[in-house]
Design a protein around this ligand. Structure first.
Ligand code: ADP
Ligand code: ZN
Length: 733
């Protein structure tokens, strides 16, 4: 008997190893094997009695006495590796949370805390920023956090090595303690709500009945339901039936929608639940994984990578907000969790429910053509109306010197009105920081990141300019670095500026902001939402974090500060994204007894994605968008494969990308006419690498496979470049 082992190298087939006498190598367990000059951790994916030719190396060690991967997960990772052109070994390892991969069962962990007073730390933060921004970032996180922070989490959150922390310890600013790992999930400690479940309305009943009738086998559903139509109630009832039948359920939600409120809606109905997401500590994540694997949870709720949660007897998979771009992984393997969920359901013979108020065009077409069964919730619950959405043309609002104000007259008046009644407002702007550009009016210089070809964003509270692509930070210049004149201006709007101006405008109101910057400390996300839920906060300002995963009945006004952000000529999905964002934020208004209002500010009041989102008219939007995609041949009317070539020099990037396109051309046949590129990527320089890209479109996956396969030999010629093949690419930058 020999073991077939996959290792995390860019090859998608297994290697055969001999098994030493007395060693048991179960299929699905991780093993240590020699690989060329290296020793790697791989996984046994099968046994064979066929001895390959040549000398054979032996498995050195078995890491998991019990298999870490079920046969279905092994099969799933094989499909991912094939479909997304990635390595089987890497795809399989991606199915294991990092903490489980790194460590076995640990009982203690290192935690960091400030060794000086918070005031002193604040002073040091300013001082150290110029010397080493990592030091100041570490101090900032610790100063913001009420409790000590696990060192591993700190490193992961800031993407740093442990050396900055070690230096701060030497400097006497930070102390490290050892503490017993607390594996309890803080989110699960949230009190379960006690309100009795609502009676389903006829549409919900029909949806639940249809799904339950199909359970016991594989069947995909698309649940289209307007915001506030009670999709979650459908999920809960379907899951309850599955659990009663001895099955288990997996629920995927976008990371930012994974709020205590979301979880408590499930913990109110099911006792044995587990959660998997990145706000947990490493130890907690490892612990949740073990519980899930042992079958101790009937329902698992998690973000993208939870699609690999090792539940036995999977009966139902739910993918909520299936249209969310965050379901597509940004690193190898570049899988789309929704599509992986459907594949997994097929392998495990489970039903899969994709839910959304604004389905992706891909899923919509699958439903239209009968591959998915379409279920519809066309009304909000209790006959509540969808909120009226008013579009305000900001060109009409220009004041003195043609300046566009933050709030239109209409929105300002409405905020006043709503606050006076004791109701709440959400103001949405999908851009964090104070201002997205630092600009010199004298010579038109724009401050750009030294590592990327992008403008840096000014963050006022911290007084830094940050690159939102590589996170590098610099002190904002006082004099223009180009013409040496003073007067650098902060151009444009970010949530931080909105907060400042709103506080100035509405002095009596209690204002809060929720974006990535205000939610860094553990628990802060939940705290902000709790203050909205209990009515403390009058006006909540935020990025798309405010658009998802919460249901506050007293929010009666939603203002979209700038409906135009996100519209990019480089992305054929711009219209879809704009429609989705506006429809989703608008969906936060008027979810209770009180009617809601939505105001969308834009300088493009006639763009059809905006007009139709304002009418809550998904059907017309989908028809128009589908016609556009069909005519110009974009997904779902073709498969899209994007290639990004990055290299230290522009010549290498251009040369390698051009060589790839030339190799690809003959393999594409008539579809070569659909080729885009080679050309510099929309972000032509990122993290010190020059980037060129190309996009290949074809009806069949096999054609694209031929392209990738033909180009694989270029690796030997172009040694300094790195190749990113992104199947079903979402990110076009
Ligand atoms: P969606 O996910 O479609 O936006 P939710 O599932 O969040 O909608 O439901 C909105 C609210 O309506 C929730 O508070 C939920 O408890 C409540 N709800 C769901 N179904 C019903 C029903 N049939 N009758 C009354 N209330 C309901
Ligand atoms: Zn950068």
């Amino acid at each position: 008997m020999f073991a077939k082992v996959v290792v995390p190298v860019p090859l998608n087939h297994p290697f055969t190893y001999s098994i030493p006498d007395g060693l048991a190598v179960p299929v699905g367990s991780r093993v240590v094997v020699p690989f060329g000059p290296r020793t790697l951790v791989g996984a046994c994916v099968g046994h064979t009695d066929e001895r390959p030719k040549g000398t054979l190396k032996a498995v050195q060690r078995v890491l998991d006495p019990e298999p870490a991967f079920s046969p279905a997960l092994i099969e799933l990772s094989r499909w991912i590796a094939d479909y997304y052109f990635s390595s089987w070994g890497e795809a399989l390892m991606a199915a294991l949370p990092a903490p489980v991969r790194r460590t076995g069962a640990r009982r203690y962990e290192n935690v960091a805390r400030l060794a000086v007073s918070p005031e002193e730390a604040r002073k040091k933060i300013e001082e150290l920023r110029a010397t080493n921004s990592k030091w100041s970032q570490v101090l900032e996180v610790l100063a913001d956090s009420v409790e000590p922070v696990a060192v591993n989490d700190l490193l992961e959150r800031l993407s740093i090595s442990d050396s900055p922390v070690a230096t701060l310890v030497k400097k006497g600013l930070v102390a490290i303690d050892r503490r017993q790992i607390d594996a309890e999930d803080p989110l699960l400690a949230h009190p379960a709500s006690t309100t009795p479940p609502p009676e389903p309305n006829p549409e919900q009943e029909l949806a639940v009945g249809t799904i339950i009738a199909a359970s016991g086998g594989f069947k995909p559903f698309l649940l289209y339901g307007v915001t506030g139509s009670g999709k979650t109630e459908v999920y809960l009832r379907v899951i309850a039936q599955a659990v009663a039948a001895g099955k288990r359920a997996l629920v995927l939600v976008p990371e930012i929608a994974l709020t205590p409120q979301t979880i408590s809606r499930f913990s109110a109905r099911f006792k044995r639940i587990a959660v998997m997401h990145h706000r947990l500590t490493e130890a907690q994540r490892a612990d949740q994984w073990r519980r899930i694997k042992a079958g101790e949870a009937d329902v698992v709720i998690g973000a993208r990578s939870a699609v690999f949660a090792p539940l036995p007897d999977l009966g139902v998979i739910v993918v909520d907000e299936e249209h969310e771009p965050s379901y597509k992984a940004g690193n190898e393997p570049r899988y789309h969790a929704r599509d992986v969920a459907v594949k997994r359901a097929q392998l495990e013979k489970a039903v899969v429910v994709l839910g959304s108020a604004t389905p992706s065009l891909e899923s919509w077409r699958n439903a239209k053509e009968g591959r998915y069964t379409l279920l519809q919730l066309t009304q909000r619950v209790m006959d509540r109306p969808l909120p009226p959405v008013e579009i305000v043309d900001m060109a009409q609002e220009r004041g003195f010197k043609g300046k566009v104000p933050l709030l239109s007259r209409k929105l300002e008046e409405m905020v006043k009105l709503v606050s006076a009644k004791g109701e709440q407002t959400i103001l949405f702007l999908n851009r964090r920081g104070f201002a997205p550009a630092l600009y010199c009016p004298s010579c038109k210089y724009v401050l750009r990141c030294g590592h990327c070809e992008v403008a840096m964003t000014f963050h006022k509270k911290r007084n830094v300019a940050i690159c939102h692509h590589c996170n590098s930070e610099v002190e904002p210049p006082v004099l223009c670095p180009a013409c040496k004149l003073p007067g650098i201006k902060f151009l444009g709007l970010g949530t931080e500026r909105v907060e400042e101006e709103i506080r100035a405008m509405f002095g009596d109101a209690s204002v809060a902001r929720m974006d990535r910057d205000t939610t860094r400390a553990r628990g802060s996300h939940a705290r902000i939402l709790a203050a909205v839920a209990d009515g403390t906060t009058d006006i909540l300002i935020g990025t798309q974090m405010v658009a998802k995963g919460h249901d506050v009945p007293n929010v009666t006004l939603v203002g979209v500060i700038n409906g135009d952000i996100g519209y990019s000529i480089n992305d054929f999905r711009s219209g879809e994204r704009t429609f989705q964002l506006i429809a989703q934020v608008a969906g936060r208004a008027g979810r209770g007894i009180l009617p809601g209002h939505v105001i969308v500010q834009t300088i493009n009041p006639t763009v059809s994605a905006i007009v139709l989102a304002a009418k809550h008219d998904f059907f017309t939007f989908a028809d128009q968008e589908m016609a556009f995609r069909r005519e110009w041949i974009w997904p779902p009317f073709c498969r899209l494969l994007r290639l990004v070539v990055s290299a230290p020099t522009p010549d290498d990037a251009q040369g390698a990308c051009t060589a790839a396109v030339e190799l690809a051309r003959p393999r594409l046949g008539p579809e070569a006419s659909l080729l885009l590129g080679p050309e510099p990527a929309p972000i032509p320089f990122l993290r010190d690498q020059h980037r060129w890209n190309a996009a290949f479109r074809a009806k069949s996956w096999e054609t694209l496979w031929k392209v990738v396969n033909a180009c694989s030999k270029l690796k030997d010629t172009w040694k300094k470049v790195s190749w990113t093949w992104d199947m079903d690419a979402n990110d076009m930058l």
